[in-house]
Design a protein around this ligand. Structure first.
Ligand code: GLN
Length: 314
């Protein structure tokens, strides 16, 4: 039995030596200036409890965690027709891989690499007049917190230097995989990446994915079916941490989504959601300390969906 607040405090202390490790994402100039020695962690459970440690209420740039929330909104809106536009296979490549897109003639492997996420954003652009506002509204509502916002400085910083994403988007357009104007899709994509949220807000938003059966209405009202939630969780497990997904599956064994802002969110099916954040990144772009913190939590609680030693919270 573990008392959640004490467990998170213990993990925060254990990862403290890692806060100097890793690098900041130099390709987004505004994020390269963030203070590295920060760490937060938040747990939200299906039975309505929350526990936090460290900087759990400090907003940070969610970056690719937005790919998860954009996917959830697109699935709610477009339903399973979305899967005609984007695949469900790991890419085995970096998140911003370009050559694979060309080799596969514009087919996108999954919604969590940039190419697939640009297609999901394109779907949102087709369904909403102001897609970033629709996303913002959904995130505020599921956080029960109006403070979720878009950091304009981060948006400008990435938009002015997103040459690689622009190349991917134009390549997709050349294969007729993007319906809307490329500049509009890039604007929307960079705005969604510039969303700022705290660990607590992110955990609350991911909670719906942990729900079992058809209990989704009570878990924040996300309009995803049990089968859709299972698909999203499977994609998080196999593709949520890019070319490190196999290693993370072995170490942690939970559906995860990371972002270069240093956040990682984990879904614990049947239990809840956990988000950890620390800005220093490893070579694949995943937070060193946040990854270790989630690993320690999963180990202590025996939570790996691939293991067999579940513990219980008191
Ligand atoms: N905005 C970043 C990009 O598109 C997101 C990448 C990430 O968080 N892995 O490159």
């Amino acid at each position: 039995m573990h008392e959640p607040t004490a467990l998170l405090a213990q993990i925060a202390a254990q990862v403290r030596p890692l806060l100097t490790h890793g690098d900041l994402p130099q390709y987004i100039p505004r994020l390269a200036q963030v203070k590295k020695a920060q760490f937060g962690m938040a747990l939200a459970t299906l039975d309505g409890r929350e526990a936090v440690a460290g900087d759990a209420d400090v907003p940070f740039s969610i970056q690719s965690i937005s790919k998860l929330f954009a996917l959830m909104l697109a699935l709610e809106r477009a339903g399973d027709t979305l899967w005609r536009r984007v695949g469900k296979e790991p890419s085995g490549m970096a998140f911003n891989e370009l050559v694979q897109v060309d080799q596969e003639r514009g087919a996108t492997r999954n919604p969590f690499i940039n190419a697939g996420a640009l297609v999901v954003t394109d779907v949102l652009c087709s369904h909403f007049a102001q897609p970033e506002l629709a996303l913002l509204q959904a995130l505020r509502s599921h956080s029960s917190d109006e403070a979720v916002d878009i950091d304009q400085a981060v948006f400008r910083s990435e938009r002015d230097s997103c040459h690689r994403n622009a190349a991917i988007a134009h390549l997709l357009k050349s294969y007729e995989r993007i319906d809307n104007d490329v500049e509009v899709v890039l604007d929307t994509y960079c705005r969604q990446c510039a969303l700022t949220m705290s660990c607590r807000q992110i955990a609350r938003n991911a909670l719906a994915l942990a729900a079992s059966g058809d209990a989704v209405a009570e878990q924040g009202g996300r309009g995803l079916s049990a089968a859709q939630r299972q698909t999203v969780n499977a994609l998080m497990l196999t593709c949520g941490t890019y070319n490190a997904a196999g290693d993370f599956a072995a170490r942690i064994g939970l559906p995860l989504k990371s972002g270069v802002g240093g956040g990682i969110v984990a879904v614990m099916p049947g239990v809840g959601a956990l988000c950890a954040w620390s800005p220093g990144l490893d070579a694949a772009g995943n937070s060193v300390a946040a990854g270790r913190a989630i690993e320690l939590f999963a180990q202590q609680m025996g939570l790996s969906v691939l293991g067999s030693s579940k513990q219980h919270l008191t």
